[in-house]
Design a protein around this ligand. Structure first.
Ligand SMILES: Cc1ncc(COP(=O)(O)O)c(C=O)c1O
Length: 496
């Protein structure tokens, strides 16, 4: 009997469905959910033979372990090749903000492809890139008026770091090259973006990375003592700048709510303090909003929610609701200024940055968000979403619930009182041995992640509402209850 599972890398963030094929200390037991019918043999064979899935243990798929194949989407739901429906509680990796199956986005792409399928932004402009740049600039905070398009988030982060270096050089500060970011933060995988990423298992296989990545504490206050100054993590950025030498630091890059580790929100005043520190030392502040923009936190940009004005914003994913690959670096006028005169230029570009079809989709996506007031919808409903997640706190395994907007995480603990966490072996059993596969089998796609302490993360399409929250709870409650019981059993068996 084929089991419907997929597998991811060790200590990783992964969408539900990940279950190790072999060697697990405890295989998922009977669940009461009927196993799916066998998938399309040809597709399965070709997927195993020819497709290289990202961050995936490809060797774990075989005749008995199917590659999950998603074939269709509609609203908050997607369907696999068996016709089984899943609630997409992760918006296809924080991407599909306006929901699945939006015909008008396909139509916008088709219209543009017919008119002009492609022209580059290298030395040329075209109407969709111009119009979208203007629209983004209008929505972006403060003086962030200059938009440099990319095809995704890593390219945006890579470009922002290069822009920060080039900006300082253009102003005669030749030595400012370092980028400060936070531990456990994910900023992408290209060599520069990876140097900003604060996740050791992702970095280690590719060392040496781009020099100049410096890491500081994040804002996870779950285990801080009550006496701790709430702004100590902001002050740690100043310490790092002084330690490295301010004249070597180009920028600080921070997400409004940090994804890696599980939706770490900032303390009150955190970003204001960071802004002051950056200004004091002539360091640029980059807000990495690849996830936290386009309504994810109820605002066009996450920095608006926390009332700070970055020098640069990096974005992707929700800008086009991922109906076409698109990202952007949005720079303040003061950052762009050195590149706008005489022979100056930013010597950087990607062939597909500002692809006309992707930009046309981006414009149509913003139309939908405005017409349906999706930001307001998130702000009106985030309380109910949070309340549903908070209601799970009575379960012994739920240690913390945190996040903002439609971007929340539940931290799983061994002991609520002591906040004792699961070690790597326990995490493997908990997440890949049970939770990930079981949530997926019950029709919920979300993320289980143990790159920090183990979490379950939810980030539904912005059109979700009370009906979907109820469905999420109806899956999470029994599954987390069983997870808790299994871990207790596993721990007493390991001790015996
Ligand atoms: C904050 C942040 N920055 C950068 C990236 C990299 O984006 P991409 O996967 O589009 O390269 C991500 C991806 O999730 C992200 O969350």
């Amino acid at each position: 009997m084929a089991s419907h599972t997929h597998v991811n890398e060790a200590r990783a963030g992964t969408e539900t469905g990940a279950t190790p094929a072999t060697g697990t200390p405890e295989a998922p037991g009977p669940t009461g959910v009927a196993p799916p019918a066998r998938g399309d043999d040809r597709l399965q064979r070709l997927a195993r033979r020819n497709l290289w899935m990202h961050f995936t243990r490809m060797g774990s798929y075989d005749e008995e372990h199917e590659v999950p194949v998603i074939v269709r989407g509609e609203g908050c739901y997607v369907y696999d090749e068996h016709g089984k429906r899943y609630l997409d509680g992760l918006s296809a990796l924080y991407c599909v903000n306006v929901g699945h199956g939006r015909k008008e986005l396909g139509e916008a792409a088709a219209r543009q492809a017919e008119q002009l399928g492609f022209y580059t932004n290298w030395s040329y402009a075209h109407p969709p890139a111009i119009e979208l740049a203007a629209r983004v600039a209008e929505l972006a905070p403060g003086n962030l008026n200059r938009v440099f398009f990319t095809s995704g988030g890593s390219e945006a982060v890579e470009s922002a770091w290069k822009l920060a270096k080039a900006y300082h050089r253009a102003r005669g500060e030749m030595n400012r090259h370092k980028l400060i970011s936070r531990k456990l933060a994910y900023h992408g995988v290209s060599m520069g973006a990876l140097a900003a990423t604060g996740l050791q298992p992702l970095r280690e296989p590719f060392e040496p990375l781009t020099p100049g990545g410096v890491h500081v504490p994040n804002t996870n206050s779950y285990r801080w003592s009550e006496e701790r100054d709430p702004l100590w993590a902001a002050d740690a950025i100043e310490e790092a700048i002084e330690f490295e030498g301010a004249d070597t630091v180009a920028a600080v890059i921070l997400e409004p709510v940090q994804n890696g580790g599980g939706c770490f929100t900032p303390q009150d005043g955190y970003f204001q303090r960071v802004r002051e520190i950056c200004d004091r030392h002539g360091v640029l502040l980059i807000s990495d909003e690849v996830i936290c923009s386009w309504g994810r936190l109820g605002h066009w940009f996450g920095s608006e929610r926390y009332g700070y004005e970055p020098d640069i914003i990096t974005t992707a994913k929700g800008i086009s609701s991922a109906y076409a690959p698109l990202g952007a670096v949005i720079a303040g006028d003061h950052v762009a200024e050195p590149f706008l005169h005489d022979k100056a230029s930013f010597a950087h570009g990607f062939t597909f940055g500002g692809h006309p079809v992707a930009c046309a989709v981006g414009l149509a996506n913003i139309d939908i968000m405005e017409r349906e007031r999706l930001g307001e919808h998130v702000l009106a409903n985030e309380g109910a979403f949070r309340e549903m997640l908070e209601s799970l706190r009575d379960l012994p395994i739920v240690g913390d619930v945190r996040g903002a907007g439609y971007f929340h995480a539940i931290e799983l603990v061994k002991d609520k009182e002591t906040k004792d966490t699961f070690d790597s072996a326990e995490s493997e059993v908990l997440l890949r041995g049970f939770l990930s596969g079981e949530l997926y089998r019950r029709g919920l796609i979300c993320r289980t992640d143990d790159r920090g302490d183990p979490i379950v993360q939810l980030s539904p399409p912005l059109i979700a509402g009370p009906e979907q929250f109820e469905e999420i709870e109806a899956v999470l409650r029994p599954v987390l209850t069983e997870a808790s019981e299994r871990m207790e059993r596993w721990s007493s068996q390991s001790k015996a």
